[in-house]
Write a protein that binds this ligand. Structure first.
Ligand SMILES: C[S@@+](CC[C@H](N)C(=O)[O-])C[C@H]1O[C@@H](n2cnc3c(N)ncnc32)[C@H](O)[C@@H]1O
Length: 201
């Protein structure tokens, strides 16, 4: 069983997802196939407490409580029979067109099981991108705060880059781009965490 390093919280990438919607319009990307990699999950037990007040200006003590809850959550979600809840696919679906196809992948079967139950409209799969790229390249890849935590980051970065169509959008955290992209990678930066593949292969 893979380690459950799923640290995440609700609305973590809200601003980035709103920007993604703008760039889909700008580049006229219609009916996209979207691959989300490593959405993470919280425990179902704490999901409401973690979501409450998120995105609002909180007092010092409310913020301390929030940090404490995240730590408690990171302990209890390791208990095998605790159900998980994944926020990120739903927040992504909120900004995608209704006819988008969403593939959600994670290396952890418990995360994928939770996602298959929560989002039956998504194609949820256990995939380890250390093995190979997607057979069919996709229009958009969302992979935030994942690659830096893997044991084969360069291989995974290359396999994801190869899974993206030319002209496709890559939503990825800055640490992954800075540390693991290489000369094969031809992309233009559209926003702090959004890139467009300009290379032909
Ligand atoms: C830190 S969480 C990131 C959660 C979320 N994307 C965020 O930004 O809040 C990392 C997630 O990546 C998954 N993961 C780790 N290695 C992976 C791999 N090789 N392929 C796919 N997912 C992986 C973990 O199981 C976990 O769900």
């Amino acid at each position: 069983m893979s380690k459950l390093s799923t640290t995440t919280w609700p609305k973590r990438h809200r601003q980035t997802f709103n920007q993604l919607a703008d760039f889909m319009n700008q580049y006229n990307i219609k009916s996209p196939t979207v691959l989300e990699v490593g959405p993470g999950a919280t425990s179902s037990l704490l999901k409401n407490l973690l979501a409450s007040g998120e995105g609002e200006d909180l007092s010092f003590w409310a913020n301390r409580l929030r940090a404490f809850l995240r730590n408690v959550d990171s302990l209890i979600r390791h208990i095998p029979f605790v159900d998980l809840h994944s926020f990120e696919p739903g927040e992504l679906l909120d900004v995608l067109p209704a006819d988008a196809r969403l593939i959600v992948s994670d290396i952890n079967p418990r995360v994928i099981k939770a996602i298959a139950k929560q989002y039956p409209q998504a194609d949820a799969r256990v995939i380890d991108f250390a093995d190979s790229p997607m057979k069919e390249p996709v229009d958009i890849i969302v992979c935030l705060c994942v690659i830096v935590r893997t044991s084969a980051p360069k291989t995974i970065f290359k396999n994801l880059y190869d899974s993206l169509k030319p002209g496709g959008l890559f939503v990825i955290d800055n640490r992954s781009i800075t540390n693991f992209s290489d000369s094969f990678c031809v992309m233009e930066r559209l926003a702090p965490q959004i890139w467009r593949k300009t290379g032909n292969s």
